[in-house]
Design a protein around this ligand. Sequence first.
Ligand code: ADP
Length: 499
Amino acid sequence: MAISVLSVASEAYPLVKTGGLGDVVGALPAALAPHGVDVTTFLPGYPRVLAALEAASSQQEHGGSGEVSHALGAPLHRWPDLLGAPAQLLEGEIAGHRLLVLDAPGYFAREGGPYGDPAGRDWDDNWRRFAAFARAAADVAGGAVAGERYDVLHAHDWQSGLAPAYLRFAPPAPAVPRTVMTIHNIAFQGRYDAGIFASLALPALAFAVDGVEYYGGVGYLKAGLESADAITTVSPTYAREILSPDFGMGLEGLIRTRQRRVSGIVNGIDTAVWSPSADPSLPARYDAATLARRAVNKRAVEQAFALDPGEGAIFCVVSRLTWQKGMDVLADAIPALVERGGRLALLGSGDAWLEQAFRDAAERFPGQIGVRLGYDEALSHLLQAGSDAILIPSRFEPCGLTQLYGLAYGCVPVVARTGGLADTVIHANAAALAAGVATGIQFDTVTYESLVGAIALATDLYADAERWEQIQRAGMAADFSWATSGRRYASLYRELLAA
Ligand code: ADP
């Protein structure tokens, strides 16, 4: 019989995405279906999500179909008071798979992003919004909603971290599902003052070292890691790295104690969304046999980023502009990149001082450095399809998706050797080049010298067109579809259910 999983997350592509979490949660249902796993995705009812449900239901009346479908029927369940505000459960579909939405206007009917206002400031009541979301998820998975039954609740990141804790400390019914907690980024932990505990509707005994208590306050991710039957993170290297203080960010002790339950499963890419031969955002589609067509996309990148036309290498960046992503080091390395004849097309948004640094660089090197500040899904596809290499100098990177998109698109990844970047890119050393298996460039520490060294190596390799194409083709041949990782999640669920 199929295993039923409630996948609980604050983002799912194509409805809500601020980063890799959205991509992964959006891809999981299709990735797991071939392995006998039925995934229902559970999302907060942000305006964008509710609008998509409504649009789908009116389209359905008119016989059309969109990214979400199913008529907006009567709510499946109502909570008159979900930690302080009323809420109801709506049903829909996302890309052909079942979707449940927590419609709670007091928490989610707001202009802005999933976590903050339009100016980017976190909402003051995020602790309550995501506690309510987790409480509702625990109710749905744990048998409090008629007609709903799940074998596994799979929580993603801190926003869902309290769900396993609610099932453990305040289950709605005696038989609870197994729980999995996935860490997509341990830097975001959902830490709050102890004062909120009284409003979480958890029994007093939950405020303990092996419960939700975290350095004297409440930790949402910590609560999930402490309560879940299994912990996963998104690459084997990151699973090892978070055992150390440098990467564990305060949770290393807990991870070490629970190490036997921790595994690293690399993210796949959704090939329905990311395939250069079928990508609707590209002026020219191509595959490994028609790489020459990338030239058309390269011209489009030059235009979009006001770069001087030319045959020299274009490096791109598609990233949050933050310290984690090593963007400060990249900003310093720009003169050296330009000196080596490189051009840079950067798409990103993030810390104000980094945005300013890249704006300044574009002004200082017009025609060589092009910058677009903001979030633009279609432009991110064009960059992968038209640039020659993608720079990812992350100080830590749980998995990273942009290097996987780069591999699939023949946009050679130049990456720091950490986390998922270390696990997915084969460095172009002499042996790998001779064997024809190199897929990119790795460098060790995120410093000016090592990044500039990697850029220099990339421009040298790029100068030998045949060799460069060999690297592009090897990357395009690497399989980072969900096939392997889907199987691994399915086996993990099976092991938990058998235990
Ligand atoms: P993280 O989740 O840490 O931000 P990942 O590499 O795992 O990093 O995932 C980032 C995702 O967000 C990728 O799909 C990437 O293409 C996308 N992305 C990041 N910044 C932008 C942007 N400014 N515009 C469009 N897409 C972006």
